[in-house]
Ligand binder design. Sequence first.
Ligand SMILES: *Cc1c(COP(=O)(O)O)cnc(C)c1O
Length: 391
Amino acid sequence: MTHAVRHIPYGRQSLNSADIEAVAAVLRSDFLTQGPAVPAFESAVTGYCGAPYGVAVNSATSALHLACRALDVGPGDLVWTTPNTFVASANCARYCGADVDFVDIDARTYNMSAAALASRLEAADRAGRLPKVVIPVDFAGQPCDLDEIAALAGHYGFRIIEDASHAIGARYRDSPIGGTGHADAVVFSFHPVKIITTAEGGLVTTADGRIGERLALLRSHGITREASLMENESEGGWYYEQLDLGYNYRMTDVQAALGTSQMQRLEEFVARRAALAHRYDALLADLPLVLPYQAPNRASAWHLYVIRLQLDQMRKSRRQVFEALRADGIGVNVHYIPVHTQPYYTALGFGWGQFPQAEQYYREAISLPLFPDLSDEDQDRVVAALKEAIA
Ligand SMILES: *Cc1c(COP(=O)(O)O)cnc(C)c1O
């Protein structure tokens, strides 16, 4: 090789000088944390989504944990999620001592199947062991079947935490995700590979003021300084009360300022991601691949562009294709190893064979590079390398 091949990652942040200036301004200010930047970021997100309340925290993992706590998930409770997700969507229930189970995915959207959920609920109802909370995920940025899942929640009486870590900027029937009114709580992630970033960070939106209040309390040790929430009379200006067992899950002002600045380009980011996705659709149309299916009445935020290899039509294995692309400097990835097959979950009794759609999908899936600053030229390089890898 005469020159090094430049590596193209599968995802990365897009920062401009306004982002850098917003962070620098906080560093020059009085407050690095617990200042005005966090409420300003919360307002930017809730204003965009049309959500009444928003609580920013230090990661989506913390946000999921707090959402479970705010919905009183505890030992003896049951929480269901999808196997096709990052482990955090299931772990949050385990943090609360609850039992976890999974619902298989839809073969086309790769989101939790509403039909599978309906039949699992019917059986669970007969067995007297209904979930307290269901955590569907807007996989790859495509909203899950919110109408169907919310209707089931109404019928069976469970609560919904929507894991929208991939999906800020997505829409469901023209409503922005985070403010559609279908879920009790909606969680966003601002990790650098996600749609907008705060380096590390997460946020919960809710339309329920009591949930919002509990989230805010639990984010900071369960401590309040608000007289109206206290059990006892204030003893003076120093006085606070710990009302519940909370955490330090606070977002810093440095992170929040970056987030507010990033929010200004959210729609631009999603539009560029969508344009790149449609370009992949056109460039890959004739290959032995299943390309992403988009369900009606929703617009994806396009966090991921996942292809499925039609392995019966090629001589290569998924691993060979993946490794050939990596060797070519193409930062492909796989989303996700089914959560129920992780050793932590197999030790709890789960195993291969339980959720066949998620497992079949996993064996064929590869995530191609997709991020706002991916150039058309680099995308062409990805496509050329993929054609060579599957030939
Ligand atoms: C990234 C991600 C998380 C965790 O987000 P963090 O902000 O890194 O804690 C949770 N769920 C899903 C589906 C994710 O993709």
